[in-house]
Ligand binder design. Structure first.
Ligand code: BGC
Length: 380
């Protein structure tokens, strides 16, 4: 990548993010402008699903937060498709607050929901409330994030989380020529919230590829922060990633040391890292990875400030989840394609894994625009 003065080049990206609705220039992925009309791609039975007594069945959908673009898209897609399939929907967002999410789920159970679809904030904190669901025989689908240590979790619908990390690691491996033995690189690592089980899969998948190169010295991590606990980012917040990156830059890169790559598990952490670089680093631009293809990050990709992201088409996951709900409520078995990987500490949860796709400047048009996920205007 070309040498450039980062503060100048990032200014446009940050302004774009700010204009898009961020409170400050370091909160990149806040605004949620979900896809207004996602293309229907699932095989959902369009017939309404009345209960035995003739009443329409109700699905409770618990989402973690409205702060990140993706959860708004997930929620809106799912609500739309569940309604199209004839279900009543109670959808709630919990502002990333575990207690709020627990209360919302309690209300869904008390309100007569027939199935629960839950994207948890903290995988380990729902055991007690889900015991109530189990008592009432309400099936639970863990959505995107696995719910841990609970016997109430019936199914898991997600993208292949380990593969997300593998693809991020392989991108760095390829761009740096690590397989060919090239060496002398500096890299830093940012993953997600420790309470989100996915973060460990993203980190694990990427480190399986990259750790051997750290061990044999082709890559150095000047901060020394390599272990999961040292590279986690509380609540996946851009501000937290930015603060940590700034500290690393002033401690380890103040004398003009170059930074070649930053492994970031998702786009909100990547945005925080990019912001820190804009404020305090003037060397060759590093390779930065991400995930979600949030709009501000796609803009960064188009300006060569973030190398890649992982595209997880939330329409696909919503379709699959609605298929699962539909199958369960019609008394059948939900479709699954993995029955070995996701052990939640109580049992291996039958899962449907959608495939994450690698996205960068070379294929974003096909993936994001031609598919109707974004319009050209969304990315201006
Ligand atoms: C999701 C990612 C998302 C992150 C932060 C993870 O559980 O899989 O897509 O970027 O949470 O919300």
């Amino acid at each position: 990548m070309k040498k450039r003065l980062l503060s100048a080049v990032l200014a446009t990206g940050l302004t774009a993010a700010t204009l898009a609705g961020c409170q400050t220039s370091v909160t990149p992925a806040t605004p949620a402008t979900p896809d207004p009309d996602p293309a229907p791609t699932g095989d959902v039975d369009p017939d309404p699903a009345p209960a035995a007594d003739g009443e329409t069945k109700k699905v409770g959908v618990a989402m973690p937060t409205k702060d990140l673009q993706r959860w708004n898209q997930d929620g809106e897609n799912m609500e739309k498709k569940l309604k199209e399939a004839g279900y009543e929907v109670d959808i709630q967002y919990a502002s990333n607050d575990v207690n709020t999410q627990v209360t919302q789920i309690e209300t869904m159970i008390a309100g007569g929901c027939d199935v629960l679809v839950i994207a948890s904030i903290e995988g380990d904190s729902l055991g007690t409330v889900l015991a109530q669901a189990k008592e009432k025989n309400i099936p639970v689908i863990a959505y995107d994030r696995l719910i841990m240590n609970s016997d109430a979790v019936t199914y898991y619908a997600t993208f292949d989380n380990k593969l997300v990390g593998t693809k991020q690691g392989q991108y760095i491996e390829e761009k740096l020529g690590l397989k060919e033995g090239k060496k002398g690189y500096n890299m830093e690592i940012f993953t997600g919230d420790p309470g989100d089980n996915n973060a460990r899969f993203f980190y694990g998948g990427a480190m399986e590829v990259l750790k051997p190169y750290i061990d044999n010295g082709q890559i150095t991590v000047p901060s020394g922060q390599i272990e999961f606990k040292d590279v986690a980012t509380a609540e996946w917040k851009s501000e937290n990633a930015q603060t940590r990156m700034e500290a690393i830059l002033s401690k380890n890169y103040a004398k003009g040391e170059k930074l070649d790559a930053v492994l970031c598990s998702n786009d909100s952490t990547a945005f925080g890292v990019a912001t820190a670089l804009a404020n305090g680093y003037t060397g060759d631009y590093p390779i930065i990875t991400g995930q979600d293809c949030d709009k501000p990050n796609v803009k960064l990709m188009l300006e060569d400030k973030q190398a890649m992201s992982i595209f997880k088409d939330t329409r696909t996951l919503a379709d699959k989840t609605v298929e699962m709900v539909d199958a369960i409520l019609k008394g059948g078995e939900a479709p699954v394609n993995d029955t070995t990987t996701y052990d939640n500490g109580d049992h291996v949860v039958p899962s449907y894994l959608c495939e994450p796709v690698f996205a960068d400047k070379s294929n974003y048009k096909e993936l994001l625009i031609d598919s109707g996920y974004y319009t050209e205007d969304d990315l201006k």
